[in-house]
Design a protein around this ligand. Structure first.
Ligand code: NAD
Length: 496
């Protein structure tokens, strides 16, 4: 049985194992590895190594740091497929999708390669006679990144390259469900020239997370996961004096107006609803259709769903399994609930015949029509291949539905009416908006993040906000003394 160990001080940790968790291949249901779960002692050891490394790394010049970033970028780009295969084997998403997430993560590495420009401060000459002021941004020290199962490469890459480029040491706590991608990337960072200890991978569950949240030497926490844990991480981390950005769950709506191209809207709904088996924080899970086109749109979506293959992600199927048996059962339970609550089950994924091992965690694409806001399949984040169509009379009711939802991660409008799109952009209370784009994940040089229960804290990931999050500002006032500055004056300094 393969054992997945922590990565501490630039190498696999060899201490006594303690608690472990099984890691499965979701397409076969077989256990492929066990991952170590850190206790408080290992957290201390990992953070101590990171503290030691942080001091040397912040002193490394911008040129030295960016050379490592560029080298890591080359390695990651050249070995995308290798990392993609590791992701598919533990997460289940199809290979092309796994490589796609690495590519989106790579964009953040490329963004972070520009850190010398991003860290430039301001300078004001002559704010007072003979006095100049300039500002710098300095690293925080040791920062923690806690990531979810659904993007084992991309989500760590939202934060790690920016934090490292800015001169911090990072302790990454990946999901225990698919932990191998983090170790592989850590080995590649070392190969790229990153000094030992600057990146640590600490595996574990709540115990490891709590250890990081309360550790006095961890200065900031970037978390991505479900809303209840995001809220907990934000509250606990900030109560312990840390800077925290905690990205939570989602319920993303796609509003389709009557003038939209319904074929393109149906394509988009299927791709965004069932890609990665709906296990994306930017997946479309609620399709809000204006009544006059709802029948036609539902028919087009159902027609496309009939052509989707569900199976082993290594076999060229459209959609893979769910991540674990427990999650598959939970999502299937929502399908049962939707039926019991009276929604129209148009396509039932519970009967899927997978292309692959029957013991995989299968659930096929599922479509509900005539879902109402009171139903649990509408209210709760399902995080699986279940698309719910909610019918509304028009734009106003659609907008109200979206704005009344407690989540605010992503949303999309499909229309050919520029005026309606512009109004939607202005009025919708959601952090990331797509206009005829169903999964509007921002480019790396913008920042990723939602509103309301989809984000706790005030900083989004990567882009300018990411650089700001991983640095703190300092303003320096300078005067080079000459004899005219002498004399005693206890009054408050003013400018002359
Ligand atoms: P999760 O909240 O169960 O786990 C996330 C991380 O928290 C993992 O590292 C896990 O080990 C840790 N954790 C779990 N339970 C904990 C506890 N009780 N105390 C402390 N730490 C704990 O989330 P998940 O199931 O891995 O990921 C899916 C969720 O993540 C979905 O809700 C999805 O919407 C969300 N997500 C959000 C975004 C975003 O950008 N907003 C991106 C990806 C995923």
């Amino acid at each position: 049985m393969q054992r997945i160990a922590h990565w501490i001080n630039g190498d696999e940790w060899t201490g006594a194992a303690g608690r472990t968790a099984p890691v499965h291949d979701p397409a076969t249901g077989r256990q492929t590895a066990e991952v170590l779960l850190a206790d408080a002692g290992v957290v201390d050891e990992a953070v101590a190594a990171a503290v030691k490394a942080a001091d040397g790394w912040r002193r490394a010049s911008l040129t030295q740091r960016t050379r490592v970033l560029f080298a890591f970028r080359q390695i990651l780009d050249a070995r995308k497929e290798e990392l993609g295969a590791v992701i598919t084997a533990e997460h289940g998403k199809v290979l092309s999708d796994a490589v796609g997430e690495v590519t989106r993560g790579l964009e953040v590495v490329e963004f972070a390669c520009g850190i010398p420009h991003l860290l430039k401060g301001g300078h004001s000459e002559g704010v007072s006679t003979g006095v100049d002021v300039h500002s710098v941004r300095q690293p925080l020290g040791v920062v923690a990144v806690i990531s979810p199962f659904n993007f084992p490469a991309m989500v760590p890459l939202w934060f790690v390259p920016v934090a490292i480029a800015a001169g911090n040491a990072v302790v990454l706590k990946p999901s225990e469900k698919d932990p191998s991608a983090a170790n592989l990337m850590a080995a590649w960072w070392k190969e790229a020239g990153l000094p030992d200890g600057v990146l640590t991978v600490l595996h574990g569950d709540k115990e490891a997370v709590d250890g990081l949240l309360t550790h006095p030497d961890v200065k900031a926490v970037s978390f991505v996961g479900s809303t209840p844990i995001a809220r907990y991480v934000y509250e606990t981390g900030t109560a312990h004096g840390k800077r925290v950005q905690a990205l939570g769950g989602a319920k993303n709506h796609m509003l389709v107006l009557p003038d939209a191209d319904l074929d393109l809207a149906a394509d988009a709904a299927v791709n965004a609803g069932f890609g990665s088996a709906g296990e994306r924080c930017m997946a479309i899970s609620a399709l809000v259709a204006v009544e006059s086109v709802a029948d036609e749109l539902v028919a087009k979506i159902a027609e496309r769903m009939a052509g989707l293959s569900t199976g082993d992600g290594r076999r060229g199927c459209d959609m893979g399994p769910l991540v674990c048996a427990q999650h598959r059962d939970k999502v299937a339970g929502y399908v049962d609930a939707g039926v019991a609550e009276g929604a129209d089950l148009v396509v039932d994924g519970r009967d899927v015949v997978p292309e692959g091992d029957p013991n995989g965690y299968w659930l096929g694409p599922t479509l509900f029509d005539r879902v109402t806001p009171e139903m649990s399949i509408y209210r709760e984040e399902i995080f699986g291949p279940v698309l719910s169509v909610v019918r509304v009379p028009g734009y106003e009711e659609g907008l109200r539905l979206i704005n009344d939802n407690p989540y605010g991660n992503g949303t999309a409008i499909f229309t050919n009416d520029g005026g309606a799109a512009r109004r939607f952009e202005y009025e919708v209370e959601v952090g990331m908006v797509g206009i005829n784009v169903p999964i509007p994940v921002p480019m790396a040089y913008y920042s990723f993040g939602g509103w309301k229960n989809s984000l706790f804290g005030d900083s989004h990931a990567h882009g300018a906000e990411g650089v700001h999050f991983f640095t703190r500002g300092k303003v320096v006032t300078t005067r080079w003394l000459d004899p005219s500055h002498g004399g005693i004056n206890l009054g408050f300094p003013t400018h002359g």
